[in-house]
Write a protein that binds this ligand. Structure first.
Ligand code: FE2
Length: 300
């Protein structure tokens, strides 16, 4: 009897996070599938160690790279796309799924569809998730992807290049026919609403011409997370696919929210300092068990 679980943002460069992952049961998940929605480590050796360990604990593991995986180090690849190719090759070598696969049989089956993604930093675009923030200075703020990721010139100089590139890699997966319900997963967010904690904030910040006001308690006044959150075109792909559940990561927030018929789930390990809010022990989240999706989701 197979089950499907999800977890993201493992950040195993931190010893406590690696310890939590290594201490997952060796026996509890041997018939199960784990979806790892990115941000495991920027070091290929550590990613390999972690995925190898998960492969021994779970029957199947599926993975999509996050932004941290595409950070370059001195001895790394020439650019982040080259590193992306190396990561896919590593997954193939380890037997970690990056392509669609089916779990279960007949009327108790589900398809798992990994989707690649990136974010759009500009707000003048219908696919952007950006909500302007009072006092932000994107060009000045310290966002490590700016320094650690490097894109080839072929991607173009504009801020849509990486997002459009990765989404285009999903086209074949979207156009395929699937004969069972679908769980898709990505690292980045597909919708603005998911950025916010509750329905009041969604209503306030997701309306046309909304902006995020300056706050005296803001620890990073120049930084605006919505510039690096994700891309609405990803949501169009999820809907064209017909997914029942979509898993994502990146923001380090737990979500389980149904929007226009699709349940969006985020279940992240995050950083130790965040786990006071996220819960001290974060376990893989059960999504599906023997033909049945686990409900309920909050509806908004
Ligand atoms: Fe991330």
């Amino acid at each position: 009897m197979a089950r499907v679980f999800a977890l993201s943002d493992l950040h195993v460069d931190f010893a406590d996070n690696m310890q939590q992952m290594m201490s997952l049961s060796d026996h509890e998940y041997t018939d199960d599938v784990l979806l790892v929605a990115g941000d495991v480590s920027d070091r290929i050796s550590r990613l390999s160690q972690l995925l190898g360990s998960l492969k021994r604990k779970f029957r199947k593991v599926a993975f999509v790279p996050g932004n941290h995986e595409l950070w370059l180090r001195d001895d790394d690849s020439d650019n982040s796309l080259e590193k992306f190719s190396r990561l896919l090759a590593l997954c193939e070598q380890l037997g970690v799924h990056t392509e669609p696969f089916k779990v279960g049989q007949n009327d108790r089956a589900v398809w798992i569809v990994p989707l690649y993604s990136w974010y759009r930093t500009e707000d003048a675009d219908e696919y952007s998730l950006v909500i302007p923030k009072e006092g932000e200075r994107w060009e000045k703020c310290l966002w490590m992807d700016k320094y650690r990721c490097r894109w080839p010139e072929s991607l173009g100089a504009d801020a849509y290049g990486p997002a459009d590139y990765f989404l285009a890699l999903n086209n074949e997966k979207i156009e395929r026919r699937y004969d069972a319900p679908i769980i898709s997963f990505s690292h980045f967010l597909p919708r603005k609403e998911l950025i916010f904690e509750d329905s009041a904030m969604v209503k306030r910040f997701c309306e046309k011409d909304a902006f995020i006001p300056r706050s005296t308690r803001d620890p990073a006044p120049m930084f605006n997370f919505t510039r690096v959150a994700g891309c609405k075109r990803l949501d169009l792909q999820i809907r064209a696919l017909g997914a029942t559940v979509h898993v994502y990561g990146h923001q380090h927030r737990h979500r389980n929210r149904k929007i226009d018929g699709i349940t969006y789930v985020s279940n992240c390990l995050g950083y130790a300092r965040e786990r006071e809010h996220l819960g001290a022990q974060v376990a893989p989240k059960l999504l599906w068990e023997d033909g049945v999706f686990v409900e309920p989701a909050e509806v908004s």
